[in-house]
Write a protein that binds this ligand. Sequence first.
Ligand code: HEM
Length: 423
Amino acid sequence: MPERRPTRSLSGALRTPRTPADPGFWRSPVRGARFTAVLGVVLLVGLTLLSVTGLLSYAAYNPDLNRVNDKTPGKGLLGFYLFPWPTGPHWLYRLTQGLHVTVGIVLVPVLLAKLWSVIPRLFALPPARSVGRALERLSLLLLVGGALFQFITGLLNIQLDYIFPGSFYTLHFYGAWVFLAGFVTHTALKAPQAVRVLRNGIPRGEADTLAAPDPMPATLSRRGALAMVGAGSLLLLVTSAGRSFDGPPRRIALLTPRGGTDPGPGPNAFQVNKTAAAVRITPADTGENWRLTVRGPSGEFRFSRAELLAMEQHTAALPIACVEGWSTSDQQWRGVRLADLAALAGYPDRPPGVFVESLQRSGSFRKAALRDNQVRDGRSLLALEVNGAPLSPDHGYPARIIVPAAPGVLNTKWVETLTFGEL
Ligand code: HEM
């Protein structure tokens, strides 16, 4: 390894670099303003998409409707942007959450390369020479800390290895806002500079403050380093995005275990998040004695599965789109319209929202509230069959909710009670 040569410190003295705060300590010839600017622009687009789709994921739960839907009840003003989640297009959540998780995985090499490219600046001393510079460094702390936290919690969550104390939802939601504060400030300060460097290069007479003052001989060009980062992202894309598609792409989605396995042939052979066994649903719970209770201003009614099958049946082609990013193609669901059950409960016109309770004994999302626009959509069903066969136990037999564009967890399985109008 070439010997470290003395470099000039900020005070002008010649010294041999020993610590990361010495500019000469960092010697890769790949670092430079242009390299950082290219990665910065890719991150600007990618992280914006991640932030928007993440915030949409929270809105998709309709957390303002009922506290059972809200995993961050202390959000306060941070919930200012919430809106009634629409039911169309029916693949909306499949798209937004699929993008959120896939873009999150694909950006990992870009984020790491960007941090690597600016690492000498993160160690620069003194930390701040003016109030403006101190604020800039504070925004960097929020940006880098926030991004690492979001990536680590998100990746652990989808790999089912979430190890942080406290709820993922709450931490990831607050983490998003901390990250966003740093991201917006940093972008406002640095985007003009990045665009200038990419368009015109470094102006003559100005130093490239990211380039090593005493570089080692090059073993890889900057272009080569960027190609390596791109190849890493491409490999991650190929091994993760397929969990939102059928056939061979799903089989090579090796990095996403939940959606990656091939469920085999048959009408019920599509992905499952929670199995009946995992939430302790027994055949006795769902057998002959099972009854659906429907409540509303007209009273309380109980229906067997045979009685539900004797009502007018409707079909809807809808996917299951999981919060962990995987999704299925459209499945053919058949059952009773929620709006028809609302009419029986006493709401013949303009049905209100419904509170859904499952037989599920343990785990989250045993109860969920659906908004009036979701009940009114003719494709929202209490499904009894899928793809021409009765629901399997893992897909929610004897009856489950299916609503267009809703996150999978709101499509409650093993439904026991529907209460219309009281949310
Ligand atoms: C800077 C980057 C990121 C931001 C700003 C961000 C933001 C958000 C927000 C605001 C939510 C909604 C939280 C809630 O429902 O309470 C969310 C959900 C989610 N995020 Fe991220 N996120 C980021 C990175 C990632 C990454 C890298 C992954 C994994 C690859 C990830 C995986 C998830 C998952 C699985 C959910 C859904 C959780 C659930 O509802 O069960 N996120 N994200």
